[in-house]
Design a protein. Sequence first.
Length: 276
Amino acid sequence: MMALPTDEQIIEGLGLRRERGWSVYDHPNLIRLASVTVFLLLWEFFGRKTDPILFTYPTAVAEAFVKLIASGELIKQLAVSLSALAVGFIASLVLGVAFGLILGMSRTVEAFFEPLINALYATPQVALTPLLMMWLGLGFSVKVAVVFLFAFFPILINTASGAKNVSAAMVEVARAYLPPPAQILFKVICPAALPFIMAGVRIAIGPALVGMIVAELFTAITGLGAMLSLYGNIFETAKMFVVIVVLAVLGVGLIRATQWLERHLATWKETERAVN
């Protein structure tokens, strides 16, 4: 019995296939490069026509960047900020994922903590920063605490949602073959909730950077936030923009790294996208 021809074979037989020519839509990186180039050109053009105290332009920012790198100030303050960011974010990741899994797997625990979580999440974290400063002082610990406070809730809420969305049938089957609860947690619930967890991590990166800068603006002693405060007070606009650009690049880099990590950890999600 002869097999029926596939759609590809029919198209080939009828001579309907056309060679696709070069298209800009096949090269999204070129589109992104063009977008950035146009933005920088417009910024340069209009920035030069503005009062340098109020605004600046890319070449002036580049000159200020070289000076801050040569003096060592930018590297030093960036290291201070990154250390607080790393410690606070890792703490929020560990505790947010752990507590989120507990909330997602236990309705009783979720019902008990839900009012407190909703109240704290609805409260602007900036309003709590002076209180943390009063408790922890103006040093490294208060920066870590503020970063933790800003990043914790997105990770917690997304992790809990991921754990709650795990199929009940999948868990029941796992209980038959993986009796120890720890195996069900690490081999079934955590992998299934991983896309939610990674989404929470991506969402938390922005608030974590905001928390880092807020803490340093309040303390105004060390870090990138202190540089913003200093150069804002003396109207060094180009140097302020250096800090802003560094923060933007840092945020984009962290989000890209998170996306790369998600692609390598949750490979089945990429397969689903390809199939769909």
